[in-house]
Design a protein around this ligand. Structure first.
Ligand code: XMP
Length: 327
């Protein structure tokens, strides 16, 4: 089996060649650990779980069963990309569960941010456990744990979010092939495994997804507005060379309406708030100076293309005093 801890003298993986060596070693280790048994993986489409999936597909092929739970709070195009990359291109054994209604029904009317997070996390485990119970002969559970997760849980900064959460009676042996890697190393390994650049180099996206960008009680129409506005922002940032340069950028649609004019008539609709920040560790953050012409273009597109929106605001607040997310 692979080493449990990152050796002190391990060379940082900074080149394709070093990534290839790691990949070959891991494939051999995974084959040794798993043999002819089956492995289960919750595949979110995030960097870490995607790289784990790609490694396992190379090592054990269709002995890997990936479950992609769409909680209805993903960004535009995300579930489609997971299906395209893993099922169509990499021929993975992928179970896609559209649990949107389950999540949104449970979240209906819930305004407290931490309660929203708990509902999303708890429901996620339930849906995943239900899928796992339908499968026979699974002995292993793969996880995208990375080295900083282990360091932070050892220091007591945060609970190791990956391990655990599943019901007591579900016992699997863990498979964690990227657990000695730092994030930048995971990205290089992912690129060498053939994952698309926009998947490997994507900006951070919180587990509760667009749910925390729809402050207060989530409604389907406001969620749709935040999803569409976010897609426009990402498209424009990519076109204007800001993708990969700005650390995190997204939209928020708060739960209030204001008066405006559309097509010569009074409108009463939501604003979209744009947030774009730079940071190294997410503990503090500075606001990106978006070029004014791009800002005007974003306002024009969002107010004309996103249903229910008549205003666009830019959040100029660094962290602190604000946090990056709104909830
Ligand atoms: P804040 O809002 O605390 O965010 O300044 C710092 C970073 O953490 C991300 N974030 C989350 N990630 N689950 C996650 O997986 C969460 O509940 C969560 N809340 C915040 C946020 O997107 C930012 O990158």
């Amino acid at each position: 089996m692979a080493t449990d801890r990152r050796p002190d003298d391990m060379t940082r993986i900074t080149t394709p060649e070093l990534a290839d060596v790691f990949i070959e070693e891991q494939i051999a280790a995974l084959k040794g650990q798993i043999g002819d048994k089956k492995v289960l993986l919750a595949l979110s489409g995030g960097v870490d779980s995607s790289v784990v999936a790609a490694l396992l597909i190379k090592a054990v092929g269709d002995q890997l069963v990936c479950v992609h739970v769409n909680h209805g709070l993903l960004r535009k195009g995300e579930p489609e990309q997971v299906i395209e990359v893993f099922r169509n291109q990499m021929k993975a054994n992928l179970i896609y569960v559209d649990a949107t209604d389950r999540f949104l029904d449970k979240l209906a009317g819930v305004t407290d941010p931490e309660t929203k997070r708990k509902i999303i996390g708890g429901e996620f485990i339930e849906v995943f456990a239900e899928e796992a119970r339908k499968l026979d002969g699974i002995e292993f559970l793969a996880q995208g744990t990375i080295w900083p997760d282990i360091l932070e849980s050892e220091k007591g900064i945060k609970a190791h979010h990956n391990a655990g959460g599943l019901p007591e009676d579900m016992k699997f042996e863990l498979v964690e092939p990227v657990k000695i890697l730092f994030k930048d190393e995971v990205r290089i390994v992912g690129e060498r495994l053939g994952l698309p650049a926009n998947m490997v180099y994507r900006q951070p996206f919180p587990g509760p997804g667009l749910g925390v960008r729809c402050p207060g009680a989530i409604t389907r129409d406001r969620l749709e507005a935040v999803r569409e506005a976010d897609a426009i922002l990402r498209e424009e940032f990519a076109k204007n060379g800001l993708e990969g340069k700005v650390w995190q950028y997204f939209t928020v649609v708060p739960d209030f309406k204001s008066t405006g004019i559309k097509n010569g008539e009074r409108s009463f609709e939501w604003p979209v708030i744009i947030r774009a920040v730079n940071t190294t560790d997410a503990m503090t953050a500075e606001v990106e100076a978006i070029p004014f012409d791009l800002m005007k273009h974003l306002v024009a597109r969002i107010t004309s293309e996103v249903k229910g929106v008549n205003r666009v605001l830019y959040d100029f607040t660094p962290k602190p005093s604000a946090t990056i997310e709104y909830e």
